[in-house]
Design a protein around this ligand. Structure first.
Ligand code: IMP
Length: 433
């Protein structure tokens, strides 16, 4: 199956990096299609930890082509730090490609992101303050600066001037900030251009060539379905579309190029930043999930909010992305949690029952979740490698989830290491490699 899309099914941090890393074994190319360095993947390989914000996690396989697609917003300073960091650890990055059409996060985007959040005060979104929203806003306003502009200092300078002009008022508090000096900014970005030039490419064409040649291409999503700009818990969302449909736009392929959609879901729920969270646990069970699951953001280090697995939201995500398979991560974190709960419907403050994810913001904000209680297990599962190794309640938990949302679970993660996984059901062809 040549085109495989991997997306998050919750509010991010589901462990997509690990699943991508595993599936990438069989793929020839991995392409990221949206988001920026608001994302963070941690991959543990042979006891060594790798953190990525921009570069697809497939880069650890030296024979795979890894692309940053046109749909990504890219902070060149961060990208350069990642490239440099990997090279210093002996990881070959010669197979990295960066779309010439990807938009650049500029210093003023970062400043405006922070200023916007401060202005919102209590109503703030809790963004990662990496400039993501302002950068996508400029892209839509056709004031964006793209990777290809780095290669022409004259054009770059003109575009920076044009982009900053309408922001004069909002940038006034930063007038004296050296980061905003036109000359210095142009110089700095030209330097990134020189460094990144060997990696700049027409990544859409590279995808077509790979797909047309029968290669397997993985479309790697960042963030997740419930943070989708159109379909998530707006306005508490990111400024891009992390759903599978966006892989076409963000990588430059057609819907027929995607043969499988994999959704990655944690065995419980987490969220960073503000916004509705019907299954949130603000008690000792929630604190236990934070501790056992090390629920602190890779990007900002913020403590994640935790809660019970929300099957109403998961069924919504399954349909929205038309998922073929699920990968359930962090099953081990649920060891010792008794009883286990999963949300199966919501009830609004007026008492109305919602079996489906409500589209109305006010309902979602005030909805409380209603649960099915499932038996827990006490045995550590980190050493389980087959379904049969799992305690019966853990198997039942997975079966319940799969039946509820109507999608087979193909993988279950039982620990941070890449070999701490269980393949369920038929061995996928992917495993053959
Ligand atoms: P932004 O993407 O930085 O604009 O942040 C918007 C919202 O998305 C905030 O609630 C962030 O916490 C959340 N967010 C962005 N990226 C990630 C991610 O990779 N994992 C989890 N939450 C994220």
């Amino acid at each position: 199956m040549p085109g495989i899309c991997i997306v998050g099914a919750q509010w991010g941090d589901e462990g997509k990096g690990k699943i991508t890393d595993l599936l990438a074994e069989r793929a020839e190319m991995i392409v990221r299609f949206q988001g920026g360095n608001n994302a963070g993947h941690t991959i543990v390989r042979g006891g060594e930890e790798f953190k990525f914000h921009l570069i697809p996690s497939g880069i650890l396989h030296s024979d795979k082509l890894c692309a940053i697609g046109n749909g990504v917003v890219l902070d060149p300073r961060i990208l350069w730090e990642e490239i440099d960091g990997l090279r210093r650890r002996g990881v070959d990055v010669a197979n990295l490609r960066v779309s010439a059409n990807a938009h650049l996060i500029m210093p003023y985007h970062v400043l405006l992101d922070t200023a916007g959040e401060m202005k919102l005060g209590k109503l703030s979104i809790g963004t990662t303050r990496r400039g993501i929203g302002p950068c996508y806003a400029d892209k839509a306003a056709r004031l964006g600066i793209r990777v290809q502009d780095l290669l022409d200092p004259k054009i770059l300078r003109k575009k920076i001037m044009a982009a900053m002009e309408p922001k004069r008022l909002s940038l006034r508090p930063f007038e004296k900030d050296p980061l905003l000096d036109l000359h210095a900014m142009t110089e700095e970005y030209v330097t990134y251009g020189h460094r990144l030039e060997p990696y700049i490419a027409d990544t859409a064409r590279l995808c077509w060539e790979a797909l047309d040649g029968g290669d397997t291409v993985i479309f790697e999503g960042a963030q997740a379905t419930l943070l989708d700009l159109d379909h998530g818990t707006y306005p508490f969302v990111t400024s891009s579309n992390p759903v599978a449909g966006a892989a076409c736009i963000g990588a430059g392929v057609g819907p027929h190029d995607i043969d499988e959609v994999w959704g990655v879901v944690k065995a419980y729920q987490t969220r960073v930043g503000a916004g509705p969270f019907p299954t949130e646990l603000e008690d000792e069970v929630g604190a236990r999930l934070v501790e056992a699951g090390h629920e602190f953001g890779t990007t900002t280090g913020r403590r994640r909010r935790t809660g019970w697995l929300d099957l109403v939201a998961l069924r919504y995500a399954v349909r929205l992305n038309r998922m073929d398979y699920l990968a359930v991560t962090k099953l081990d974190v649920l060891t010792g949690v008794e009883p286990l709960r999963v949300a199966v419907r919501y009830r609004s403050s007026e008492g109305a029952v919602f079996d489906e994810f409500p589209y109305h913001q006010s309902i979602l904000h005030s909805a409380s979740a209603e649960y099915e209680e499932l038996p827990g297990w006490t045995e550590p599962v980190g050493d389980c490698r087959t379904q049969a190794d799992l305690p019966a309640p853990a198997r039942d938990f997975l079966r319940y989830v799969s039946d509820f949302v109507g999608v087979p679970i193909r993988l279950a993660g039982v620990g941070p290491d890449r070999d701490q996984v269980i393949w369920l059901g038929d061995e996928p062809a992917l495993r053959a490699a």
